[in-house]
Design a protein around this ligand. Structure first.
Ligand code: CP
Length: 317
């Protein structure tokens, strides 16, 4: 939970429904500040946000950096490539080294599950998980909730079909938990090889029939994560066959349905470009949501509960 006692966001499991509602409300208020000519707020002046990225990223890194800047925090970004990680420095030693610069928040992306937890144990900073292996990506889930709420006007009872490579997806895992937290209805759709057995235990439904997406309000296409598929392991006969069976095409989209994708998209594989670029696509909206939701997360971590409403009302008025 984001609160005075445990001030990390390591997974959706750290959040209560109240936390989610508060963060989405804050994001909505902050979004108004971005309509102004001068977009910067003084809220986090003097604070330091450190982005520690051991895996490639466009959206998450760019939006955390801009979110911190829009709130007047200082930022530092360290990518593993080109740093002393190349010389064999461990994650713990890297975290301990950077902790000497006294960051208030460390945003961590890493290919290994639990890396952000290690950083949280090794430093006094608030830690945000920006994606650890195929485990969790909680700010992606929050920005997806924000996007759905903005597009449909509600979250409760919304049916979301999450389609594709569930097995390797931290986005799917985080999103299912987040949707259940707000009483939405996730259903996982994909070939049996790409949907982990027993995942229904999370509380979602599972289908291997693409036709079942027609019941959903939202179709959420997942990226085929070839970089996480072990060499030699065949999860689908071929990408061409996957696309034929599970690709999101205009023919498979029911009128009225909106379509989402976390990015980066494999156009022509999990999503047809005619869908990705259509009026039904919320993909670019998701990118915009990422900025205000990450501003809200930083704000939530670094502002005391008592000061939050007054500070926000003052600054985004
Ligand atoms: N959705 C997402 O995490 O995108 P990036 O890998 O570009 O950050």
């Amino acid at each position: 939970m984001i609160g005075p006692q445990a001030r990390h966001l390591l997974g959706v499991g750290d959040l209560t429904a109240e936390d989610v509602e508060r963060i989405l409300d804050t994001a909505r208020a902050l979004a108004r500040s971005l309509d102004r000519e001068v977009k910067k707020l003084p809220t986090l002046r003097g604070r330091l946000v450190l982005n520690l990225f051991y895996e490639s990223s466009t959206r998450t890194l760019a939006s955390f950096e801009l979110a911190a800047k829009r709130l007047s925090a200082d930022t530092m970004t360290l990518r593993s490539t080109g740093s002393s990680v190349d010389k064999g420095e461990s994650l713990r030693d890297t975290a301990l080294t950077l902790a000497e610069y006294e960051p208030d928040v460390i945003v961590v992306r890493h290919p290994h599950i639990g890396a952000p937890h290690l950083v949280a144990r090794a430093t006094h900073a608030h830690v945000v998980n920006a994606g650890d292996g195929k485990h969790q990506h909680p700010t992606q889930a929050l920005l997806d909730l924000f996007t759905i709420q903005s597009a449909l006007g509600r979250l409760e009872g919304v049916s979301v079909a999450i389609v594709g490579d569930v097995l390797h997806s931290r986005v799917a895992r985080s999103l299912v938990e987040a949707l259940l937290l707000v009483s939405a209805e996730p259903v996982l759709v994909g070939p049996p090889t790409l949907v982990p057995r027993g995942i229904e235990a999370l509380g979602c439904r599972v289908s291997h029939r693409i036709e079942d997406i027609s019941d959903a309000d939202v179709v959420y296409a997942l990226r085929m994560q070839s970089e996480r598929m072990q060499a030699g392991a065949a999860f689908v006969p071929s990408l061409r066959e996957y696309t034929a069976l599970y690709g999101i095409t205009p023919e498979r989209r029911r009128p009225g349905q909106v379509v989402m994708h976390p990015g980066p998209m494999n156009r022509g594989i999990e999503i047809d470009p005619r869908v990705a670029d259509s009026g039904a696509s919320l993909v670019t909206t998701q990118v915009r949501s990422g900025l205000v939701v990450r501003m809200a997360v930083l704000y939530d971590l670094l502002t005391s509960p008592a000061a939050r409403p007054a500070a926000l009302a003052l600054e985004v008025a």
